[in-house]
Write a protein that binds this ligand. Structure first.
Ligand code: FES
Ligand code: FES
Length: 152
């Protein structure tokens, strides 16, 4: 039994400690906002925050999250940076199919928290691990800039 702090609440889950955090979130806690894409830390669809840092939950054993704060897409809007990012995503109509977008928003929020006025290079570097099959990269960059209050 592992005790995990997910979005500010303690959740007890009866899983092997090597179980990827992504499966704990989706299958044991019914939090399906975080998506499975590649399962190999290549696409970023499964991004959540661990103590504020973006991590790939598909390759992170649940045991590594014990004693840390896990934040998922379900709660990202309760942080100031997450709220700004989500509002910009809506205003600029960023998603197409939407599949990658939870991960994109998690990475973008982590960027904005650590770097409130990111340059184009900062955005490219922070977002480079998040793949979008629909090619929404231009709108993602514009939305991050809008959330940061820097001109596009
Ligand atoms: S599903 Fe985790 S990085 Fe692709
Ligand atoms: S919006 Fe379709 S994969 Fe990114």
């Amino acid at each position: 039994m592992l005790a995990l702090n997910v979005n500010g609440k303690t959740k007890k889950v009866d899983v092997d400690e090597s179980t990827p955090l992504l499966w704990v979130l989706r299958d044991h806690l019914d939090m399906t906002g975080t998506k499975f894409g590649c399962g190999m830390a290549l696409c970023g669809a499964c991004t959540v925050h661990l103590d504020g840092q973006p991590i790939r939950s598909c390759v992170t054993p649940a045991s590594m999250a014990v004693g840390k704060k896990i934040t998922t897409i379900e709660a990202i809007g309760s942080t100031p940076a997450g709220r700004k990012i989500q509002a910009a995503w809506v205003a600029l109509d960023v998603p197409q199919c939407g599949y990658c977008q939870s991960g994109q928003i998690m990475s973008a929020t982590a960027l904005l928290k650590s770097n409130p006025k990111p340059s184009d290079a900062d955005i490219d570097s922070a977002m480079s691990g998040n793949i979008c099959r629909c090619g929404t990269y231009g709108r993602i960059r514009a939305a991050i800039k809008q959330a940061a209050g820097v001109s596009a």
